[in-house]
Design a protein. Structure first.
Length: 188
């Protein structure tokens, strides 16, 4: 019997060196990214999941964080189901850039599904209060994880996919309901 496959496009934005590639590598392979180099333009990861007997193809787009690539970044997130905006919890400048990226995405897309990700949770979090206040005031979810040690990476992606379904599930055929074994929480 032919299985229908559903697709979910996740685009990851953030300043250079906040760990975007490391997060995606950890999520896709389960291993630490051993050769961190700056992404040029964008790179692409795939992950296949089976959820409730349905196949889900996740496309993960890793964008360059250097300022010189800002002009081309919108073409990557234009048709995204989820936009993750990553900042490093130990770097206030990266959070300022994340706020600017939220505003940029909001100016270009109608009702984008944005999630804030604080990476390097194994470091001292110097932006937590301001980051959580911004997320709360803007109506976005915020999660903390560590690509370096893998803390909460799988859990956060599971919650994000589940949350995306709650918001878009009935309006977007590409996103499936997620019955996460880790959270055991109904979303709708």
């Amino acid at each position: 019997m032919l299985q229908v496959e559903h697709e979910l496009k996740i685009v990851v934005l953030g300043e250079a060196s906040v760990g975007k590639t490391s997060i995606l590598h950890r999520y896709v392979t389960g291993n630490e990214y051993q050769c961190p180099v700056s992404t040029i333009n964008a790179s692409f990861f795939k992950k296949k999941l089976t959820i409730n007997s349905k196949h889900l193809n996740i496309q993960l787009w890793d964008t360059a964080g250097q300022e010189k690539f800002n002009a081309i970044t919108p073409m990557y997130y234009r048709n995204a189901d989820i936009i993750l905006i990553v900042f490093a919890v130990d770097c206030p400048k990266s959070f300022e850039r994340a706020v600017n990226q939220v505003n940029e995405v909001r100016s270009k897309l109608n009702k984008p599904f944005i999630v804030l990700i604080g990476n390097k949770s194994d470091q001292v979090n110097v932006v937590q209060n301001v980051a959580e206040e911004f997320a709360r005031d803007s109506g976005y979810s915020i999660y903390y994880l560590s690509a370096a040690n893998g803390d909460r990476v799988e859990e956060v992606f599971g919650k994000i996919i589940e949350e995306a379904y709650c918001i878009k599930g009935n309006n977007n055929q590409n996103i499936l309901a997620v019955d996460s074994e880790k959270t055991k929480k109904k979303c709708c």
